[in-house]
Design a protein around this ligand. Structure first.
Ligand code: PMP
Length: 355
């Protein structure tokens, strides 16, 4: 007895946990600076922590109505109906729901190269095949409708990432519209806005007011500091909003996650501090690191260190964990998440000794 043929599938390579690295190096986790997973350097939103603690004695019961409350709150925020908000176990879970709702055997999807690995993985899990469009280093990772449409061949989902991980580039709203116009009616253009809070550009959820072929992905993992709770969502076109009830896993987001999410949305002070810290760190890294970098609209900076694998490994031995971007299809670079003032300064000092 065996699983089905999974030879096309690869395991998701998450950034390594701080405890795991500390154990390996024989160091105290408090002595490590982890800037490899684009987590929030300030921790979780304090109001979310209060909500989690308050709800803890009730976790033996099945979820109540917080998912409905959160969907309503998010719908208000994005100018859509609650049915158009597909809550999930992180943005990753929302990607799976989109794959489940859209893909049939034989369908294909179009993903960016370099890009976030889970787009392709989710499509393959759902019997889709994967084609790529380039985001070229020679163009400073600029994204354009022209390149996407040049590589488009009737795929069912076109994944766009803005801000883009791991490069930090953005795609213009006009380009998203051009892509949606230039693709078949049955093609969804999905704008992944996991990092949009850190960008000066507004969210593109308002495109859904006029379009039936665009969806937007959002997460509480980054700006709201709730990566461990796993809470994300897709905002989908009105016409197929009711598919959610037919495809979602029961209790798609936990009661704790939904309560924390609702509280985090109220924590404006925390969001402000988060954005301020990230803006400071981006400027500090770009001004101080002894190698070329690219402008970033996310909470991270891509740095051209020459040999990303060697530099990330050497930095780790000094207690600084950054992300080698080879696994994104981008060798030669590391991605540094914006840390606290202290952590960022220490990380850059160690990296500069290695460069
Ligand atoms: N999209 C992008 C571009 C990401 O970098 C991430 C996080 N690694 C996600 C989506 C998913 O994040 P999460 O599942 O934590 O919401």
């Amino acid at each position: 007895m065996h699983p089905r043929d999974l030879s096309d599938h690869v395991a998701y390579e998450a950034g390594r946990g701080i405890e795991e690295v500390a154990r390996e190096l024989g160091l105290d986790p408090d002595d490590l600076v982890k800037l490899s997973s684009n987590e929030n350097a300030l921790g979780p939103a304090p109001k979310a922590v209060e909500a989690i603690e308050a709800y803890a004695p009730s976790v033996h019961t099945y979820p109540k109505s917080s998912a409905a409350d959160l969907r309503e709150r998010l719908a208000d925020r994005h100018g859509v109906t609650p049915a158009q908000v597909w809550l999930a176990n992180g943005g990753d879970g929302a990607l799976d729901y989109l794959s489940r709702a859209l893909l049939e055997p034989g369908d294909s999807v179009l993903v960016p190269d370099p890009g976030f690995a889970y787009y392709a993985m989710s499509a393959r899990y759902h019997h889709g095949s994967v084609n790529e469009y380039p985001i070229r280093r020679a163009d400073d990772f600029e994204q354009s409708a022209e390149t996407v449409l040049d590589h488009y061949d009737g795929e069912r989902i076109v994944y766009l990432t803005s801000p883009h991980n791991p490069t930090g580039s953005e795609i213009d709203r006009a380009d998203v519209e051009t892509i949606a116009e230039g693709t078949a009616e049955e093609t969804l253009s999905l704008v992944d806005e996991a990092y949009v809070e850190f960008s000066e550009s507004p969210s593109m959820t308002d495109l859904l007011a006029d379009r039936e072929d665009v969806a937007v992905l959002r997460t509480f993992s980054k700006a709201y500091g709730l990566a461990g709770l796993r809470l994300g969502y897709a905002v989908v076109p009105e016409a197929w909003a009711d598919a959610y009830a037919r495809i979602n896993t029961p209790f798609a987001a936990s009661e704790v996650a939904c309560r924390a999410g609702l509280a985090a949305l109220e924590d404006e002070e925390f969001l402000e501090q988060t954005l301020e810290t990230a803006a400071w760190a981006k400027e500090y890294i770009r001004d101080t690191i002894a190698c070329p970098t690219w402008a970033s609209s996310g909470n991270f900076v891509l740095c051209d260190v020459g040999d990303g694998t060697a530099v990330a490994e050497a930095a780790q031995r000094e207690g600084i964990i950054v992300r080698d971007t080879t696994s994104f299809g981008l060798p030669g670079c590391v991605r540094i998440t914006c840390g606290t003032r202290q952590g960022t300064k220490r990380a850059v000092a160690v990296l500069n000794d290695l460069l």
